[in-house]
Write a protein that binds this ligand. Structure first.
Ligand code: ZN
Length: 271
């Protein structure tokens, strides 16, 4: 599943090609992804320029002259730029055609992605308005997590994966950051100390930044939806390593389900 680093990498990859380009047309070969694709997109975007492209959580937003497009890659979505002459293949559901030779094409095998349009401030859109701060932004730190978590009995792992608390901390990153911070995933969020949250916030930032840095070189791998980015294979300390030895203490890692997500930790190193 595309997580924040893959979305960031996707955005960085396409923005240099699409920014300030004039849109010739929008063509959809599918009525519905996760939700219906608005039928009036072509009418509204035609002739507009893409003035800005940015990420909020795992959403990509294109600010055009008169409206904004809101895109989410869902479980298996990919956004890539093609020469217009390349005909669409199976699972390639929509194209944003520019007035030159290029088209931005959306592929999604599982069709769980989102494409919506708004003529208002996209950050006030129903999908974006309740999102918590960006983990790589200025409003995210240990003190913020500490304050938000007081009296919360939810497990700290589920707490940091809640997009209303902080966006973009997917399952893999939550597992890894908690291991690096020495905090057990099942610990009640309200019982995590300020110092522990300070370490955890730094580790969350670290794992995301590392993945983004790797992302630049693994975008090719990522274009194969079945394959995890190279980052995952190389650097994971706990995720996908249930019952294997902890790299730090050599004891066996535990694997449990928490909120129905695979959760791996070292009972010796994390408390
Ligand atoms: Zn250990």
């Amino acid at each position: 599943m595309p997580e924040l680093p893959e979305v960031e990498t996707t955005l960085k990859g396409i923005e240099k090609i699409i920014l300030n380009k004039k849109i010739h047309s929008f063509v959809s070969r599918e009525k519905k992804l996760r939700w219906l694709i608005p039928a009036n997109i072509n009418k509204l975007v035609k002739g507009n320029k893409i003035n800005n492209a940015f990420r909020r959580g795992k959403y990509i937003i294109f600010q055009l002259d008169k409206c904004a497009l809101i895109i989410h890659l869902g479980m298996s979505g990919k956004l890539r730029v093609f020469n217009k002459k390349v005909s669409p293949k199976k699972h390639e559901h929509w194209d944003l055609n520019f007035s030159d030779n290029w088209t931005l094409r959306y592929t999604d095998i599982r069709k769980f992605g989102v494409l919506d349009l708004t003529t208002k401030n996209p950050l006030k859109h129903r999908l974006l308005k309740d999102l918590g701060p960006e983990p790589l932004g200025n409003n995210f730190n240990g003190l913020y997590l500490f304050k938000k978590s007081r009296k919360k009995t939810v497990a700290v792992k589920q707490f940091i994966m809640n997009a209303k608390i902080v966006v973009g901390v997917g399952n893999i990153y939550a597992n890894e950051a908690l291991f690096k911070a020495g905090i057990r995933p099942t610990k009640q969020a309200g019982k995590v100390s300020k110092n522990q949250f300070e370490v955890l916030a730094l580790k969350i930032v670290d794992v995301l930044n590392e993945a983004i840095a790797e992302g630049g070189t693994t975008l090719k791998d990522y274009s194969n939806a079945e394959e995890a980015p190279g980052y995952f294979k190389k650097k994971l300390e706990v995720y996908g390593r249930g019952k294997l030895e902890c790299f730090t203490c050599k004891k066996k890692l535990k694997e449990i389900r928490l909120g129905n997500r695979s959760t791996i930790y070292c009972a010796n190193c994390q408390s």
